[in-house]
Design a protein around this ligand. Structure first.
Ligand SMILES: Nc1ncnc2c1ncn2[C@@H]1O[C@H](COP(=O)(O)OP(=O)(O)OP(=O)(O)O)[C@@H](O)[C@H]1O
Length: 232
């Protein structure tokens, strides 16, 4: 379980996270939503151990999150920094040297499932296929948590659909957790178990999607819009 208690993070004088408290259980697909600049990327980087809080406490399994503790949390940034001259196969070999939990057989299986040629050079891939390779490198890790920053951004519906199918097929819902930031809540709602809404660096709501439908009688997007209208 990941727990954040009263976590704050500033860039210069500007607060990106402002006393944020949140518990993220294992075995769920969790959507992280909120307006541009509400702190989603900062939160994911902090959970991945890439940033440290200025104050407050971030723990994973009860231990303070550090780069080392976070080594079995697989973080997928919104950009990719692949070496353009590598083939997909060479890229997987490289990941194998970087991450102890990387499973090249699984990564290749995902790439094949997504119809990626393993001997294609990264620089020759379309944006959509780079998105598919990015998800294969991330899910190729045998991680407890997958932290995905905007996995669908800028990708066409076919690629989004492939990535969604990959997530369903190659993660174990009993023990693995997916936390993904998204601006496509409407499209992603059927995939999500829980939704966390951020506003100005704080959690303004964290609910199970079933609860939103049953208790509030709304779809998630209508519910989120009403939260913002109520000015929570
Ligand atoms: N490296 C940085 N240096 C300075 N300010 C930053 C930096 N990264 C983020 N910020 C600021 O911190 C705040 C939160 O940014 P963050 O990227 O976490 O939000 P976000 O919800 O992911 O936004 P988006 O939906 O646009 O990706 C914003 O005001 C942003 O301008």
């Amino acid at each position: 379980m990941i727990e954040l208690k009263e976590v704050s993070k500033k860039y210069g004088g500007r607060k990106a996270l402002d006393g944020l408290t949140l518990t993220l259980p294992q075995g769920k697909i969790i959507g992280l939503v909120g307006e541009n600049g509400s702190g989603k990327t900062t939160l994911l980087k902090l959970i991945a151990g890439l940033l440290t809080p200025d104050s407050g406490r971030a723990t994973y399994g009860g231990s303070k999150i550090t780069r080392k503790i976070a080594s079995n949390l697989a973080y997928m940034p919104d950009t990719d920094l692949f070496y353009p001259c590598f083939t997909v196969n060479q890229l997987f070999d490289f990941y194998d040297t970087q991450f102890a939990d990387f499973n090249p057989i699984k990564a290749k299986e995902i790439a094949q499932f997504l119809a990626i040629e393993l001997d294609s050079k990264v620089k020759s891939l379309s944006k959509g296929n780079r998105g598919r390779v990015k998800i294969a490198t991330t899910l190729g890790r045998e991680a407890d948590y997958y932290l995905l920053d905007e996995p669908f951004s800028g990708l066409d519906p076919m690629v989004r659909d492939d990535i969604t199918k990959g997530l369903i097929r190659f993660t174990d819902p009993e023990r693995q957790t997916v936390i993904m930031s998204t601006h496509e809540l409407k499209e992603m709602e059927p995939l999500l178990d829980e939704i966390v809404v951020l506003r100005e660096g704080r959690v303004i709501a964290h609910e199970a999607v079933d609860e939103i439908r049953d208790t509030h009688g709304k779809d998630a997007t209508t519910w989120m819009v009403s939260l913002f209208r109520e000015g929570r």
